[in-house]
Write a protein that binds this ligand. Structure first.
Ligand code: ACO
Length: 327
C-alpha cells in the first residue's frame, strides 16, 4: 500500500492586520456584531503588489525546506485557488517559476473554499497510482482583491493567506492520507459567486459599475448548507475508516465562522477541546484556511506524529470535501 505522507507543511499570511474596529470606519458594523456572528476579530490584508502566487510560493518554500526534498524532486504542483494571479497562465505555473521546480507539471484547482482538500485528494490519487512520488499541494487566496468593502455582509468575513504541504510516497508504514472524500452540487451560483471577468460577463464599464467583480453571497442560506454538509462529510470520512469520533485526535475544519464550526462539532458530538480554531485571527481565507490551520496546529504541538487528523471544508459550487490523515 502506498500512503501520501505529509513530509513538510508551511503557511504565509500578509503582515497587515485589519481589525474589527478598523472595519467600523469603513462600513456600518460593530466589533460586537462581527464577533458574536462569526468569531472573527481580525484578518490579514495583502499590501498592493503582493499576489496569490507570492503567498503560495512563500508558504511552499517553508514546506519544501521542512520536507528535505530538493526543488527538482517535485513532480507536480497543485494550487487550490479562486483568486489566481490572472485567468491564465495558472498560478501553479507561476509558483513553479518562482521556486525553480523545473521537473514539475503544474495546474490550478478551482473548488472555492474546498480548494485545498480537493487538491490534496487529486495529489493523493496520483501518489497512490504510482504516477508521482513527490507533490506540492498549495491552498492560497487573496480574497481582499475580490471583496466589496461597501458590502458589510461580506467584507467582515474574508482575509488573505495560504498554506502548502509536500506529499511524498510512503511504503514503510501506514502514515499519511488514509482517505479523501469530495462532493459537489452545481446550480447554487446565486448563493456564492463572482459573476464578472469570465466568458459569461467579460469585464466592461457596466460590470465594474455594477460591482460585479466582487463576491456576492447569501450568508444565511450558505450557513445552513455548511453545517449540514460539513457534518455529513466528516461522518463519511470517519465511517469509511471504521473509526469513531473519539479516535480523532484533532478536527481541523474550514475556518469560516466559529458558529459553523461549533454547530458541526455539536452534530458530530465532538468536544471543542479537540477542534482547532484560528478564525479569530484570519477570518475566512478560502483555500488557505485548512493548510494555515494545519501548519499552526502542527507547529504549536496540537498535532503530533501518528495523530489521526480530520479536515473538512465547504465552498462555492457548492463543493465540500474531507480527509483523514495519520500524521
Ligand atoms: N454588521 C452589522 N450588521 C450586519 C452586518 C455587519 N457586518 N452584516 C449583516 N448585518 C445585518 C443584516 O443586514 C441583517 O439585518 P436585518 O435583519 O435588519 O436585515 C442582520 O445583520 C442579520 O443578517 P443575517 O445574514 O441573517 O445574519 P446571520 O446570523 O446569518 O450571519 C453571516 C451572517 C455571518 C454571514 C452568516 O450567515 C455566515 O457566516 N454564513 C456563512 C457564510 C460563509 O462563511 N461564507 C464563506 C464562503 S463558504 C464557507 O466558507 C462556508
Amino acid at each position: 500500500m502506498i500512503y501520501s505522507k505529509i513530509a513538510g507543511i508551511g503557511s504565509f499570511v500578509p503582515e497587515k492586520v485589519l481589525t474589527n474596529e478598523e472595519l467600523c470606519n469603513i462600513v456600518d458594523t460593530s466589533d460586537e456584531w462581527i464577533t458574536s456572528r462569526t468569531g472573527i476579530k481580525e484578518r490579514r490584508i495583502a499590501e498592493k503588489g503582493l499576489t496569490t502566487s507570492d503567498i503560495a510560493a512563500a508558504a511552499a518554500k517553508k514546506a519544501l525546506d521542512i520536507s528535505g526534498l530538493k526543488p527538482e524532486d517535485i513532480e507536480l504542483i497543485l494550487v487550490g485557488t479562486i483568486t489566481p494571479d490572472m485567468i491564465f497562465p495558472s498560478t501553479a505555473c507561476i509558483v513553479q517559476d518562482k521556486l525553480g521546480l523545473k521537473n514539475a507539471a503544474a495546474f490550478d484547482i478551482s473548488a472555492g473554499c474546498s480548494g485545498f482538500i480537493y487538491s490534496l485528494s487529486v495529489a493523493d490519487s496520483f501518489i497512490k497510482s504510482g504516477k508521482y512520488k513527490n507533490i506540492l499541494v498549495i491552498g492560497a487566496d487573496l480574497l481582499s482583491r475580490i471583496t466589496d468593502y461597501e458590502d458589510r455582509s461580506t467584507c467582515v468575513l474574508f482575509g488573505d493567506g495560504g498554506g502548502a504541504a509536500v506529499l511524498t510516497a510512503n511504503i514503510q508504514n501506514n502514515r499519511g492520507i488514509l482517505s479523501t472524500h469530495m462532493h459537489s452540487k452545481g446550480g447554487h451560483d446565486d448563493i456564492l459567486m463572482l459573476k464578472a471577468g469570465g466568458s459569461l460577463m467579460p469585464a466592461s464599464l457596466e460590470s465594474v459599475n455594477g460591482r460585479e467583480h466582487y463576491i456576492k453571497m447569501k450568508g444565511s442560506e450558505l450557513f445552513r448548507y455548511a453545517v449540514n454538509y460539513l457534518k455529513d462529510i466528516a461522518q463519511e470520512a470517519i465511517d469509511f475508516n471504521g473509526l469513531k469520533p473519539e479516535d480523532i485526535d484533532l478536527f481541523v475544519p474550514h475556518q469560516a465562522n466559529v458558529r459553523i464550526i461549533e454547530a458541526t462539532a455539536k452534530k458530530l458530538k465532538f468536544p471543542m477541546e479537540r477542534v482547532f480554531v484560528n478564525v479569530e485571527k484570519y477570518g475566512n481565507t478560502s483555500s488557505g484556511s485548512i493548510p494555515i490551520a494545519l501548519d499552526e496546529a502542527y507547529k504549536s504541538g496540537r498535532i503530533k506524529e501518528n495523530d489521526i487528523v480530520l479536515i473538512d471544508a465547504i465552498g462555492a459550487g457548492l463543493t465540500w470535501a474531507s480527509s483523514i490523515i495519520r500524521w
